[in-house]
Design a binder for this molecule. Structure first.
Ligand code: PMT
Length: 397
């Protein structure tokens, strides 16, 4: 059975399409899933919790407390889930999700969850094209959620247009795809991923660094772990967190420390992805005391750091080696040259000339090159970029 053992939370909100959820729950159960239904109060006007409880073989949640005033633990439920499906999702709940408005049990579970989220919106056609709804959908995509677009057809209002809940078959297939993508390709594979900047000390107070936040690398690590990989994540200074049982994080400061840590794990890795922005140079002498500002000019002699990726390329045995290229000019030529020079299997180019790409942003725009292929992607959230990159890696493994 395709969804055997998968733990799915179905969040039902108050739209007429809610009545269709009986069939979806039945199909999930038939496919072997463990389904917990959470309804908003207005959803209960459209469909009976008793029917859903009978079909799902589980209690249906609507509140923080049930009839006997026992607490429903939203955090426990959120962490239990492998996937949250919001269907049908009203304009109201979309807005709450986009803005973090936590005024009901469903929202509390959604906001406590770490699993993938799929959203199937449904509403009247003018609401669906309203700029506020379009903006909220974009925001939720940036959060890394998957949207199943509403379909065109006859609506409960009698109008005809886009707004109908996607066909149940489409929703079911999207859920299945999410799981197959997330469990098959990388199960048991060992990933080594680097993230963040490196800091090269000048003296005990100052350093040479760069604007990398670490987000790209952390999103790659989280996505690989979600898909079953065992991930070693080596990060330079970054406030990013990755709380997943499959991820071990080692935090370093300088390029030399990153080099030392990488080569502890490289030989045993199946896939290595170097998204860190490693400093190319380091001060030749690191002052032990704070340098005084007595002189009007100060020169610091720099020496080259080891090129970690290049050495990985030289020592490659069986690993699938992925590099990044952060460019500001002659992007494609430079990226392709790095692919060859560093003996990589694949390189991910991002250019600071593209608005919203590269450092610090929550978004990125990348082109992937292998020796024979090239694939360009639009500007997306870094969560989605991580998915695109790993989909590509999965194709190649
Ligand atoms: O962290 P974020 O704010 O999310 O930003 C993400 C990012 C912009 C840092 C990321 O997408 C990115 O582009 N990372 C690579 C940045 C970089 O150093 O590019 P580069 O073209 O200078 O280096 C090429 C490759 O060699 C990189 O894979 C780099 O990790 C590696 N390298 C570079 C120098 C060095 N001494 N050792 C290395 O291993």
């Amino acid at each position: 059975m395709s969804l055997q053992g998968k733990k799915i939370i179905l969040g039902i909100t108050g739209g007429i399409a809610a009545y269709k959820m009986n069939y979806l729950v039945r199909d999930f159960i038939k496919a072997g899933a463990d389904v917990r239904v959470i309804m908003t109060h207005s959803a209960t006007d459209f469909i009976s919790p008793l029917t859903l409880s009978t079909l799902s073989k589980n209690k249906v949640y609507t509140d923080f407390y049930d009839d006997h005033k026992t607490w429903n633990n939203h955090v426990e439920l959120a962490l239990w889930a492998d996937l949250i499906l919001m269907a049908p999702c009203t304009a109201n709940t979309l807005a709450k999700m986009a803005y973090g408005l936590c005024d009901n049990f469903l929202m509390a579970v959604y906001m406590s969850a770490k699993c993938p989220v799929i959203i199937a919106p449904a509403m009247d056609l003018d609401m669906y094209v309203h700029p506020a709804v379009a903006k909220n959908l974009r925001t939720l995509e940036e959060f890394g959620h998957q949207i199943i677009p509403a379909e065109v057809g006859e609506l409960a209002s009698g109008l005809v247009g886009q707004g109908r809940l996607a066909e149940l078959e489409t929703i079911f297939r999207t859920v299945e795809d999410q799981f197959s993508k997330h469990t098959s390709a990388f199960t048991g594979k060992r990933f080594l991923i680097t993230a963040g900047p490196t800091y090269e000390n000048i003296d005990p107070v100052r350093f040479i660094g760069n604007h990398s936040s670490g987000k790209m690398g952390f999103d790659l690590a989280k996505e690989a772990a979600r898909r079953g990989a065992e991930v070693i994540l080596i990060s330079g200074p970054s406030s990013q967190q990755a709380d997943h049982p499959n991820i071990k994080i080692y935090r370093v400061t300088s390029a030399q420390e990153m080099f030392d840590e990488v080569f502890k794990y490289y030989q045993d890795s199946d896939v290595a992805i170097m998204s860190a922005a490693v400093a190319d140079y380091t001060p030749k002498v690191k002052a032990t005391e704070k340098i005084k500002k007595d002189e009007s000019e100060l020169s610091i002699e720099l020496i080259k750091n080891k090129d970690i990726l290049r050495i990985m390329g030289e020592q490659k045995t069986h690993q699938f080696l992925v590099g990044f290229a952060l460019e500001t000019q002659n992007e494609e030529t430079n990226a392709k040259a790095k692919l060859v020079k560093k003996n990589l299997d694949m390189i991910v180019l991002n250019s600071l000339r593209d608005e919203g790409a590269g450092f610090a942003n929550a978004t990125n725009k990348v082109t992937i090159f292998t020796r024979t292929e090239e694939r360009s992607f639009s500007l997306k959230s870094k969560e989605e970029v991580a998915r695109d990159i790993l989909d590509f890696v999965a194709e190649k493994l």
